[in-house]
Ligand binder design. Sequence first.
Ligand code: UD1
Length: 433
Amino acid sequence: MDKLFVNGGVALKGDVEIAGAKNAILPIMMASVMSKSSILIHNIPHLRDVTMTLQLLSKLGVKCKLNYLKSLSVEIDSTSLQSTSPDVELVQSMRASIMLMGPLLARYGEVKLYYPGGCVIGSRPIDLHIQGLQKMGAEITQDDEYIFARATRLKGAEITFPVVSVTGTENIMSAAVLAEGETIINNAALEPEVSNLANYLNQMGGKISGIGSNRLIIKGVKELHGAEYPIVSDRVEASTYLVAGIMTQGKVRAKHTNMNNFQAVIDVLKKTGAKISSGNDWVEADMLGKKPKAVDVVTQPFPGFPTDVQAQIVALNSVAEGSAYVEETIFESRFHHVSELQKMGADLKQVKNKVYSNGVKLHGAETIASDLRASASLVLASLVAEGSSVIDKVQHIDRGYELIEEKFSCLGADIHRLHDNHFIAKQKSVVGV
Ligand code: UD1
């Protein structure tokens, strides 16, 4: 298993190119199984979750072709699809595989799906996905392992989500595009990735209106055709690099990004004392060589502060000036990074869904990555800590950050990836264990 090795203390400086969004590409690739002809998607991030989605689709018989000309692109042709039962192991390792349920059911009339896995950040139920599809006429049975869904043709329905669910909205919206009649989704998620998927479905011939609002109206069509489509840039990746620049008292410019998609994060970053500037497709945070101030944050669905940037702010508060708290309201168990940051000397106290912090100087330590965003927070803390740090189980990071050590290296960080054997030798010589 790979580990990341970081020598902290370098103020990060420079530009970093932001990739396409993980949470946009996954539902878009999965919705591609609904098209009657091949589709071409641009600005694909090179992530482990994308690799796994390509494997999932290939195992269903879908043909995928990569193209590296402008950005990384993929052509997906599902006319050769042979199965509606996605590979169990792949489904288990990725929560987003639930996003295959609506599209497969809507287009092929059946799906047999193993319960999806993914980051361990709470119970992560799928009841809203199932209830929504049932309301559209699907017959769904479940046993301890599988969900079986059938429908000759789904029927439009009015569905009101009791809580905002990103993939729940995406699953129902995708399925509704091929349903008979009109579907209305109330309390729909507003995340930019949901709009990116909605616009993609419309480009394939779907009829979705209300995009960007919490009431989506979908008029069902009989079939979808091919499309060529770019993935929106990753607001979580951009936020992570800007936080890294601020924590290390440096100056980082995130390029190929859209500040409107993460204004709530920008508002919080301004409160650290960083000078934030922006242009057409970039945002820059300049800490002007000063220590950042600690910031209070409460996570909320979009347009509020994203839960996917919560761990990075806990890391920032660990080294910032003063005391603050971070409250998690979306997932009930998303503070695995707290105990790892404490190994580095962080003065953090968790009380239920809040983490209180007093900023201190962190020291290098060996930590274990538990989930995607928690892993990112450990990298950030290691970049600013005194001495060397090792982050174990970095496969979590590769699910959502492409070329992470390369991108940080280009900003001046001393960061290396090591495989088990190489790592032992390096660790003995540098960490002294
Ligand atoms: C998506 C994102 C993830 C992000 C999260 C919240 C993808 C692939 N993942 O996850 O990065 O952290 O949104 O912004 O896009 N809930 C239910 N029943 C359901 C579904 C959800 O009760 O059937 C609850 C969840 O437990 C949670 C809340 O709804 O408390 C929000 O979860 P949801 O938006 O569905 O998260 P995901 O779509 O899994």
